[in-house]
Write a protein that binds this ligand. Structure first.
Ligand SMILES: [Mn+2]
Length: 260
């Protein structure tokens, strides 16, 4: 049986200053941590040094979530898209220096002018993903893309879109199964079934099936018992990162018990 480990995304701490993130990292009860390179926790050379020191002294192993605010890899304007890709490359550089196993990115989004140019967003999204895979190799970081939920204009939300994407890409890029997001789209079981070999990472949080609330595990409508059965059946052997905003410690323990 492949080993599943429960880790923690620091997304729940994004509203607090970076200095307190460093303190929080000294107290967490897990070894695997997902850093968020955005908002008040956006990285810099100095911050990477600090995180490296904390990681070394606490025995932490990092993954990283690339910036996602105002980031659209399918942005139609080339100059803006180039700037976005440059920012994501900077994140890869930081991830490489922190020896992150994985960098998580979001798929591109439709824009206010999408309806005038059918299929352009799709084409640009694929082009950018190719460029990012090439860059990630240069920085020695594995790139993975996460399924995103309604009602946002993301290009990749369900099995049909993701199948087309992986087929068009024809290149190594993993899938981050976000269980909260797939719960909203009614896609959790379908994604696990279809992409059992492509799932390289998992985000766990809960919601009411309608809104992306990032609730604690067990505080919404996600069927975690079914999830535990399915995850064992597909022989997933990787990390499950708690990505809730609240009930953090409780969510970690609940998943650990569920997946024992
Ligand atoms: Mn996520």
């Amino acid at each position: 049986m492949a080993k599943i480990d429960i880790g923690l995304s620091m997304l729940h701490w994004l509203g607090k200053p970076f200095s307190s993130l460093c303190q929080r990292l000294r107290e967490v009860a897990v070894q695997h941590i997902e850093l968020i390179d955005d908002g008040w926790h956006a990285l810099s050379e100095e911050r990477v040094r600090q995180l490296k020191n904390i990681g070394d002294s606490q025995g932490l192993i990092y993954t990283m979530h690339a910036p996602f605010a105002n980031i659209n890899i399918a942005a139609p304007a080339e100059d803006m898209r180039n700037f976005i890709l440059k920012r994501l490359e900077k994140s890869m550089d930081f991830a490489g220096r922190l020896e992150c196993r994985l960098l998580v990115i979001h798929p591109g989004l439709h824009t206010g002018i999408s309806s005038f140019y059918p299929d352009l967003d799709w084409k640009v999204n694929i082009e950018s993903a190719h460029k990012l895979v090439t860059l990630s190799r240069k920085h020695g970081v594995e790139l993975a893309l996460e399924n995103c939920p309604e009602p946002y204009g993301f290009l990749l939300k369900d099995v049909i879109q993701l199948s087309r994407f992986f087929n068009d890409m024809n290149e190594e890029i993993g899938l981050v199964l976000d269980v909260g997001h797939s719960n909203i789209n009614g896609q959790t079981r379908a994604l696990m079934e279809t992409f059992s070999k492509k799932i390289v990472h998992i985000h766990a949080h809960d919601n009411d099936g309608k809104h992306d609330l990032h609730l604690g595990v067990g505080h919404g409508t996600v069927d975690w018992q079914q999830f535990a059965v399915d995850i064992k059946r597909i022989r997933y052997g990787g990390l499950i990162m708690v990505e809730s905003y609240s009930n953090i410690e409780e969510s970690i323990v609940r998943l650990q018990r569920l997946l024992k």
